[in-house]
Design a protein around this ligand. Structure first.
Ligand code: 3PG
Ligand code: MG
Length: 347
C-alpha cells in the first residue's frame, strides 16, 4: 500500500501550519455530544505544538450546511478542543462548508484557506473520501503531509486488505444497501465469510440473483410496529407477516453469526443488525458487539452506529481499532483511492 508522507518528517519549527481534521462531531443542545473525533485529532496537534510551530490553524466541516448556519458553527467544537488542549497557538477556523467552494473543491476557496500557512497537514481520515477544497485542492497549494490519525487509520485498515490472518469474517449491517453494495462486493472477495444483517439484509435477499457471496439471516425478530406494546414474533427471514417489520436478527442467526465471529482471526464490523436504539431490537447488535470484543483476533469496527454500540457497552478498549471513518473506511476497503490521501505526496 502506498502511504502518504508523514507529518513526522516535516520540519515544523517556526512554521504556520494548516491542519484539516475531521471534527464533524454530533452536537446536542449546542454542545459536543461525543468528542471521540476531537480526542483522536490531539496527537497530531500535540506533535506540531511540541515541534515549536508558530501557529496551528485547524479546519473541519461540521454537518451538511447549505451555507452559513449558526446551528453548525464550530464554536462548541473549538470550546471542547480548548478544554482538551489549551494552547494559544491554536486557532479553529469556521465550518469549511459554510463556503460553497468547499464541496466544489474550488481552488479559489483553497487559496483562501492556505493563506498565511506554510504547511498543510491532513489528519481527517473520516473525510478522506471527499475531494473537497480543504482535503484535496489545498494540498496542491502547500507542502502537504499526512497526520498521525490518518496514517494510523490507513495502517490498521490496510491490514484487512493485505494478507489478513484467516479466517477473516466481515459483518455488515445498517439500512442503506446502496451505500454498502460496493464494499460487500469487495469484502466477499477478500473475506472468508461476509455476514449481513440489518434492514439491508431483506433488500439483498430480494435481489435474485445476487452475484456476491454473503450470508443472510435465516430468522428475524418481527413486529407490527415500533411501539413498546407491540407484539414480537420470531419468524423465518422470508416469512415476515404482511405489513410487519423485521427489526432485528433472530436468535438462530445471532448464534450462527456469533459462532463465526468466535472462530475468526480477523474481524471487520460495520453497521447494526437491527434497530438497536430500541432495547427490544438491540439483541442482535449487542451480541455481535460482545462477540467482536471477546475475540482474540484482530478486530476493526467502523461506522457511526456500530461504534456507538461499542461505546454504549463500554467495549471500546477491547477492540483492536475503532475507526473514526464511516464512509471513508468503506471506500478504503472497497479498494478505492481516497482523494484526500492521493493528494499528499508519497512517503
Ligand atoms: C462523516 O461523518 O461521515 C464524515 O465527517 C464525512 O461527512 P460527510 O458524509 O457529510 O461528507
Ligand atoms: Mg457519512
Amino acid at each position: 500500500m502506498r502511504l502518504p508522507r508523514s507529518v513526522r518528517v516535516a520540519d515544523v519549527a517556526g512554521t504556520r501550519v494548516l491542519v484539516r481534521a475531521d471534527l464533524n462531531v454530533p452536537l446536542e443542545n449546542g454542545r459536543v455530544a461525543d468528542d471521540s473525533r476531537i480526542r483522536a485529532s490531539l496527537p497530531t496537534l500535540r506533535l506540531l505544538l511540541g515541534g515549536d510551530t508558530q501557529h496551528v490553524r485547524v479546519c473541519s466541516h461540521l454537518g451538511r450546511p447549505k451555507g452559513p448556519d449558526p446551528a453548525l458553527s464550530m464554536e462548541p467544537v473549538e470550546e471542547r478542543l480548548r478544554e482538551l488542549l489549551p494552547d494559544e497557538r491554536i486557532e479553529v477556523l469556521e465550518n469549511t462548508r459554510f463556503d460553497p467552494g468547499e464541496t466544489r473543491n474550488d481552488p479559489e476557496f483553497a487559496r483562501r484557506l492556505a493563506e498565511g500557512s506554510d504547511l498543510y497537514v491532513n489528519d481527517a481520515f473520516g473525510s478522506a473520501h471527499r475531494a473537497h477544497a480543504s482535503t484535496e485542492a489545498v494540498a496542491q497549494l502547500l507542502p502537504a503531509y499526512a497526520g498521525l490519525l490518518l496514517l494510523a487509520e490507513l495502517e490498521h485498515l490496510g491490514r484487512l486488505l493485505e494478507s489478513p490472518e484467516r479466517p477473516f469474517v466481515a459483518i455488515v449491517g445498517g439500512a442503506k444497501v446502496e451505500d454498502k453494495i460496493g464494499v460487500l462486493r469487495s469484502l466477499s472477495q477478500r473475506a472468508d465469510k461476509v455476514l449481513v444483517g440489518g434492514k439491508m439484509a431483506a433488500e439483498l435477499a430480494a435481489r435474485v440473483p445476487l452475484e456476491i457471496e454473503i450470508e443472510l439471516p435465516t430468522d428475524v425478530v418481527a413486529a407490527a410496529d415500533f411501539s413498546p406494546a407491540a407484539e414480537l414474533e420470531i419468524v423465518g427471514a422470508d416469512s415476515v407477516p404482511e405489513g410487519w417489520l423485521a427489526l432485528d436478527i433472530g436468535p438462530e442467526t445471532r448464534d450462527n453469526f456469533v459462532e463465526r465471529v468466535a472462530s475468526a482471526r480477523t474481524i471487520f464490523w460495520n453497521g447494526p443488525m437491527g434497530v438497536f436504539e430500541w432495547p427490544r431490537f438491540a439483541g442482535g447488535t449487542h451480541a455481535i458487539a460482545d462477540a467482536v470484543a471477546a475475540s482474540e483476533g484482530y478486530t476493526v469496527v467502523g461506522g457511526g452506529d456500530s461504534v456507538r454500540a461499542i461505546q454504549e457497552l463500554g467495549l471500546t478498549e477491547k477492540i483492536s481499532w475503532v475507526s473514526t471513518g464511516g464512509g471513508a473506511s468503506l471506500e478504503f476497503l472497497e479498494g478505492k483511492e481516497l482523494p484526500g490521501v492521493a493528494a499528499i505526496p508519497p512517503a
